[in-house]
Ligand binder design. Sequence first.
Ligand code: AHR
Length: 329
Amino acid sequence: MSRSKIFALLVVAAMILAACAPKATATPVVEPTAKVFTYADMTVGFIQTGSEGGWRAANTASFKETATKLGINLKFYDAQNKLENQVSAFRNFIADPEVNVIVLAALETTGWDDVLKEAQAAGKIVVIEDRRIDASSDLYATYIGADFALEGQNAGKEMCVLLKDSAKKNVVELVGNVGSSAAKDRGVGFRETMTECGITITQSQTANWSATEGKDVMAAFLKKDPDIQGVFAQNDEMGLGAALAIKEAGLKPGVDIKIITVDGTAGAFKGMIAGDINTVLECNPLLAPQTFEAALKALNGEKLPAWIPSQEGIFYQKDAEAIFPSRTY
Ligand code: AHR
């Protein structure tokens, strides 16, 4: 018999066997229905840095108001700018059976690995907001916040514009809390672009985001070496404090010494309208809607990008009066 005939016979035999085989009764497959989380199922433990100024107040208000609006149970913790308070609050939220999401605005970039691992083992979703941290992005759902390095780079470029006709370009820097990503990255970014026009940072010191400290540090800078043409204040409060010290030294802030700040709070707009502050780099504190949305997606098993950046602009003294009424913080 030819090979093709054998093959044909085998096919026919297989068809007959299949037709005669007893019909299997189909057992319905019951898929376990995965729970779909809504905002009403979310209890968020939010670890805030503290209440150091206008930006922080707006950030806190954003979380409290958005939680109420969305029906989220928010457990708010103010760490009073103490790292040890943040770490112990983190552990308390891990142990709290109601909390399924932990949101952190980190005071410092480092020191988070242990609690992040503990949170992961306990099945809690962690979202980092505002401040970037130095930990593996596998340990948290996402980071939502500004590009602080870009803010610093833009500040350097804007200072070049302000000092373009100045023979000397000596700039002093008022730094935020030194371990924070906002302070580190803004400082690095500024140094990257200031060289484009020959700026020199003659003095640099922390003033811890505070107007009072900003004033004191600026007064000390002026005493030590008054040959200063510009101030890069890493937030509005420190810049406003510096303006007061400049006035007390008999000089005109915004004219004799140019001032650039970061944030875009109402205080900075008033400072621009008064002529004391020249340029403000926006840092958006209204991060709660994006944060809660990301947390909900993560609770429902969605994989998120490691970083969701916020959108920011630059504000100039000449436009301040017109923009001010539309500002919300
Ligand atoms: O992390 C954002 C910074 O924190 C703001 O620029 C500063 O004002 C705040 O305290």
